[in-house]
Write a protein that binds this ligand. Sequence first.
Ligand code: BGC
Length: 741
Amino acid sequence: MAIISGSFAQTKTTEKIVYKDAKAPIDQRVSDLLKRMTIEEKAGQLNQLNGGLFTGPAAKDAGQKTKMQQLRDGKVGSFLNVLGAKETKAVQKIAVEESRLGIPVLFGFDVIHGYRTIFPIPLAEACSWDLKQAEKNSAVAAKEASSAGINWTFAPMCDITNDPRWGRIMEGIGEDPYYGSLLSAARVKGLQGNLNDVEHIMACVKHFAVYGAVEAGREYNQVDVSRVMLWNKYLPPYKAAVDAGAATVMNSFNVFEGVPASGNKYLVHDILLKKWGFKGFLVSDWSSFSEQINHGYAADRKDAALKAIQAGSMMDMESKVVIDFLPQLVKEGKITVAQVDKAVARILYYKFKLGLFDNPYKFSDEERENKTMFTDANRTEARNAAKSSIVLLKNTNNVLPITSPTKRLALIGYYAKSKEDMFDFWIGNGTANDAVTIYDGLKNKLGESAINYAAGYNADGTTNDDLINAAVKSAYDADVILVNVGISGKMAGEDRALANPVIPDGQIQLLKALQKTGKPVVALVTAGRPLILTKINDLVSSIAYCWILGTETGNAIADVVTGAYNPSAKTVVSFPYAVGQIPVYYNHFNTNRPDPTDDAGNWFSRYRDIPNDPLYPFGFGLSYTTYKYSDLTLSSNTIAKTDKLNVKITVSNTGKVDGEEVVQLYIRDITASIIRPVKELKAFQKIALKAGETKELSFTLTGKDLSFFDADGNAKLEAGAFKIFVGGNSKDVLEKDLTLK
Ligand code: BGC
């Protein structure tokens, strides 16, 4: 008897709890855990709460228990905005030690371009055309964030946009789907690695989908795009990021075909989950589930939860409709347990995959946090990234670089000395104090006595006679005038839409006064978007477009200004000629009456007051040297659909200094069953060329590069005439004809 009860007791105490067994396969651990969970606990896994700073309107919390009590009750699967090893550890302790099943929480945060060491804004980084550097930048961001307990970032943003009025253009990839796809994938790889160590974190592909097409660039505005545009223009970068293994995807705020993205079955279920086979999990954007009510699509909060879950959406960021209504919806038979389990299983999978069940505090390590933040190595990467993001748009008489040590510089501009303006809105856990201003950077390089500084304008871009006179006075003592114009860094990011993305009038007045000194004027433009530069273009000799470069701004700009670094960036967005031209982008369609080049006649698709072309086109950027393109050759002028086409081009550095050039290959499908853009980027190479050096480059195109999507998302490769172009920007190219049989 004793033996029997002994053996019974033994069986009981050694019963294996599979989900707690680190050696069991993840799938088994997930299904074991699911079996033990109540429907309320499952809803809890789909609930994400804000733990710190707000990046959206506060949801109604009335009558709810404190967040930590909700966590204890198993009603929170993830927090966003809880930062720091100490803080995340304390919160995690409640989840794993005080909740019934001890399920760890995920900590998400917007690490958009760095956690503590702040890199250039993503749009600027994109202009480097350096995918390896972009991957490295994301890896540094992940390393810093992960040491502060963060295991999930809401990046990269893969939204194509053509609208500089939209404040979030700064967060993205520019206007090209091909390049945007490569860049999005590189960013995912940098953030995630193989997701099997403590230095990488989950990425989140956002905002799915078509958020960049908000009408008139106004934040949270309506979107209305066709399926043809969806497939060909907007979806490729999200798809590339998903294919790169992104663990999560975020719904967007906007509608597609009249249905909010969070409740949009076509986007979420049909495309993302079914057609693309995405295996990770989805998170809503901030309260985007409940905002379906404002859109006029969901009747109330319960209906919002139903519509989101039915579409295939999963975790609810901050609208709390899932935690409040999912159990009821299941009881009423409107949502099945199987549907819920599918979503919860994916979230649990990643908690296991990250190792949180076996070592819940692995990301919250104060010692590592202290060692990892803002190191010299991280700052070096940020400086490399920043200097390779600066686009030289104009450089008459080679005013830049300023190589002579005897030249005196005037540095004018309020922002040039404002640490805060080296940053935008999305600065992770960066602090303005860390930033090297333009003034500091030049001073570090040239010494304080080489620079006469004057503000020239106020923080808001306005000016007055005193400010202008003081600026002109410092300019008279100088050989070259550097003027930092643009708009405050704080005007870049979410909810920073501008109807007029222009250089402020006060700064134009200032430039006019400075121009009268007769000295060369260099504009260093800082902004999180391409501003309309038409009014200043003729007032200055040189324009270096510096975007927002983050912590190392000043050092990077000093590298470029002094020629220590030869600019190699090319813009990934067109610079509009005027506001009325927006949207303007290189990969537009031809229209029935294209603008005639010879300017003759009437009844063409054009403006009467301005050119059709942007001021600076996609892919454009100068260097301190010059390049010559010659000998474009195709392996054949006619190919079959299964053939490969080899394209050769010779590029020479015809100037006096070494440089790097982004060689771009575009195609045009002349006639197709669905009209195709006048140019589409299909390949590029960033190459180093020593002064006087010539290189022959070779590109290979396949049928995939010549194909497009129909409205149902099927790839089409159609016989007919094509053009192949190669050049240093989207406008100045050599071309050849190709026939596809
Ligand atoms: C933004 C997202 C962001 C989220 C969390 C939202 O307002 O649209 O991009 O990840 O807030 O901060």
